[in-house]
Design a protein around this ligand. Structure first.
Ligand SMILES: Nc1ncnc2c1ncn2[C@@H]1O[C@H](COP(=O)(O)OP(=O)(O)OP(=O)(O)O)[C@@H](O)[C@H]1O
Ligand SMILES: [Mg+2]
Length: 441
């Protein structure tokens, strides 16, 4: 990584001296020096050249002096890790104090001692680096916290609803079994009556015709059968909801990944369904045979949820402004493919990470693709970073994929990748080692 240092001084010869002194670091791409001759120019360079790590500034300069520059910097929304080092005349304690009060990180005295300058730059860069690392960790912790809180509450809600549904469905299903038997018995008795009373009275005859008894007798068992089907479906939904929100966080358990995907799709049913603006988004499943996979089921389901929800978002965004008929003609689909892969993992994108990404040979591979708008490279390379989003405020927090990344890579020792090009759709590839021996809680 190259650190940029902005040197602000009206002394033109300084540029040559610095380039001479730091030529090795410049050649090795460790440091890059940018020069400005007063505070005003410095602010322009800062806006054009971000991110700058250190500003080294003189105090007395034409147009805008160093102290004013410091003041402007504190008003600007410059990045938190930018540090300023002030160069002042020897013994000028007053200016040095003012500079420190305005947020300068350190100071040097004139004439510049280049050994001292080098030490100061290195020390400041160390500090900048440390701060960057801290910020990154803070960001990550924050994002995990938000997401896990969000997920825990969704999980609890879903599991709670599933539980509440189970009881009433239980007694409807139980009673239906009895109703089926009672109806059969009643119909038998009716048949016996009809046999023993072949010529009913006028009143009875009229009533039989009025209620269309033959039809009722034929239809009643069908109604009960369809009610039984309905309760069976509610039961499956409730089981799926509980599969989806499984909260095994302590230990990995063997899990049927396809069941996880199915339960996720069920949760997303209403988003996939057609509405008056667009037809339904079809889900094409191409499930290969997968063995049980050692994993944290609830967390893997979150990954599927995030990726499929993103695909729906992308398709919806891309279809905005088109008519129902136009959208129908392009037929939007999400394809989910699962398979077992044996052998070295194949590197799709990032050649530099080749070594890091070698995975144990036996892996479950889940590919989720959509024929939505795809992404330009500038988006694709950032999607796994916390808080990166292209969605409007309130629509996306930019956490879905960064959390998915840590679930797959850190918790499961697996790998997640994305292939996407504008107009060509997107494909997410998730690989999870089938027998877990890497990655942990
Ligand atoms: N299937 C996709 N097609 C196109 N762009 C996508 C797709 N999936 C993700 N993206 C891009 O990646 C970005 C990051 O996705 P991520 O899920 O991390 O955050 P988000 O969806 O914006 O917000 P949320 O935190 O609510 O999930 C999205 O804003 C979008 O630009
Ligand atoms: Mg998302």
């Amino acid at each position: 990584m190259t650190y940029k240092i902005l040197v602000v001084d009206d002394e033109v010869s300084l540029e040559r001296l610095i380039k001479q002194r730091f030529r090795k670091s410049i050649r090795d791409n460790k440091l890059e020096f940018i020069f400005a001759h007063n505070g005003k120019e410095a602010l322009e360079k800062l806006a054009a050249e971000s991110p700058i790590a250190i500003i080294l500034t003189d105090i007395n300069m034409p147009e805008m002096d160093g102290l004013t520059l410091l003041e402007k910097l504190s008003e600007l929304d410059v990045n938190l890790t930018l540090k300023t080092v002030v160069v002042s005349a020897y013994g000028d304690l007053q200016n040095i104090r003012t500079a420190m009060n305005r947020g300068a990180f350190d100071f040097l005295t004139k004439p510049i001692d280049f050994d001292d300058l080098e030490i100061t730059i290195n020390r400041t860069l160390e500090y900048v680096q440390k701060m960057k690392q801290n910020l990154k960790e803070l960001h990550q912790a924050q994002s995990q916290l938000i997401q896990s809180e969000k997920m825990v509450s969704i999980g609890q809600l879903v599991a709670g609803v599933a539980h509440e549904i189970n009881n009433p469905v239980g007694f409807i299903a139980g009673n239906l079994d009895h109703i089926e038997i009672y109806i059969e018995e009643l119909l038998n008795i009716l048949q016996l009556y009809q046999a023993e009373l072949p010529n009913p009275s006028e009143v009875l005859q009229q009533q039989i015709e009025k209620v269309e008894l033959d039809f009722v007798i034929e239809d009643l068992p069908k109604l009960v059968a369809s009610m039984k089907q309905g309760t069976e479906r509610i039961r499956n939904i409730s089981t799926s909801l509980r599969t989806f929100s499984r909260s095994d966080t302590v230990q990995k358990v063997p899990f049927n990944i396809q069941e996880g995907i199915e339960s996720t799709l069920l949760i997303l049913t209403h988003r996939l369904k057609g509405n008056k603006y667009r037809p339904e988004i079809k889900v094409i499943k191409d499930y290969g045979e997968l063995p049980l996979v050692e994993c944290y089921p609830g967390q893997l389901n979150q990954v599927f949820m995030n990726i499929i929800a993103n695909a729906i978002d992308a398709i919806e965004e891309a279809t905005q402004g088109y008519t129902y008929e136009e959208i129908k003609a392009t037929s939007k689909v999400i394809t989910i493919k699962t398979e077992v892969v044996d052998g070295e993992s194949e590197i799709v994108n990032d050649d530099n990470r080749m070594e890091e990404l070698r995975l144990p040979s036996n892996r479950a591979v889940i590919r989720i693709s959509d024929n939505g708008p795809g992404m330009p490279e500038s988006v694709r390379e950032n999607i796994f970073s916390p808080f990166f989003t292209t969605k409007s405020v309130g629509a996306g927090t930019g956490l879905g994929l960064s959390i998915s990344w840590s679930i797959v890579v850190e918790k499961h020792g697996g790998r997640i990748d994305c292939i996407s090009k504008p107009e060509k759709g997107s494909e997410f590839i998730i690989e999870i080692p089938i027998e877990s021996n890497s990655g942990g809680g």
